[in-house]
Ligand binder design. Structure first.
Ligand SMILES: CC(=O)[C@@H](O)[C@H](O)COP(=O)(O)O
Ligand SMILES: NCC(=O)COP(=O)(O)O
Length: 234
């Protein structure tokens, strides 16, 4: 099972004072040394945390970069120029505090298809950030996305039945031939039941790790998370 460390909120702290530190790229290096298998960064349209030059520099690291982005022409253009290892299409609303739900892959199918095709033509592995529903999984398969990332926000918010819903979605996704990732709101406390779902190949975790790093350091925070993930599996 792989761990993708999302470095967005290193940039949040940096941007608070407009300094050059803390540097998300330095954080990415520390996370990779501590056992992260890749780096995730969400270049939001409003650039509230990760900025374009962060992405350019993260792309130079010898590790897979998962570029989270809205499904817009601007971001597709950026991605096909940058050519990261992967792109994860996520919904964005400017006024949102954080990602609130999965991509509307059912109603947005016609709009998403050309963008997904363009990213795939550029050799980028496309992932769709979706709610764990059969409809979303079937739409993702129809769109030709090889990967989905299941939104674990409701699970992290202790909504009843969410773990079972995620487990069913992961199993159905694998049956549909999709690679299954998961992320959003995962912490030391809630990660193991998700990591124990056998069909899930990768977790993307950010906010909690960067928060924990303030107290124990980023390297130890990442190492403990990875250890918890791996020990959740037989
Ligand atoms: C898509 C997702 O769940 C995370 O990448 C999240 O978007 C992190 O970025 P924000 O904290 O800005 O929402
Ligand atoms: N896609 C999930 C991600 O990259 C990190 O989400 P979070 O751990 O910051 O909530």
């Amino acid at each position: 099972m792989r761990l993708g460390v999302n470095v967005d909120h290193i940039a949040t702290l940096r941007n608070a004072r407009g300094e050059a530190y803390p540097d998300p790229v330095e954080g990415a290096k520390i996370a990779l040394q501590a056992g992260a298998d890749g780096i995730t960064a969400h270049l939001r349209e409003d650039r509230r945390h990760i900025r374009d030059q962060d992405l350019q520099r993260l792309r130079q690291l010898p590790a897979p970069l998962n570029f989270e982005m809205a499904a817009t022409d601007e971001m597709v253009e950026l991605a096909t120029t940058l050519r990261p290892h992967a792109c994860c299409l996520v919904p964005e609303r400017r006024e949102e505090l954080t990602t609130e739900g999965g991509l509307d892959v059912v109603r947005g199918l016609a709009k998403l298809q050309p963008k997904i095709d363009r990213l795939k033509e550029a050799g980028i592995r496309v992932s769709l950030f979706i709610d764990p529903t059969p409809q979303a999984l079937e739409a993702a398969q129809k769109l030709g996305a090889p990967v989905v990332e299941l939104h674990t926000g409701a699970y992290a918010g202790n909504h009843p039945g969410e773990l079972e819903r995620l487990a069913r979605a992961a199993a159905l996704g694998r049956d549909l031939g999709l690679e299954i990732h998961a992320g959003h709101g995962l912490t030391y406390e809630n990660v193991q039941p998700i990591a124990a779902i056998p069909e899930i190949a990768e977790l993307n975790i950010g906010h909690f790790l960067i928060s924990q790093a303030l107290f124990v350091g980023l390297g130890p925070a990442v190492k403990r998370m990875k250890d918890l993930m791996l020990s959740a599996r037989p």
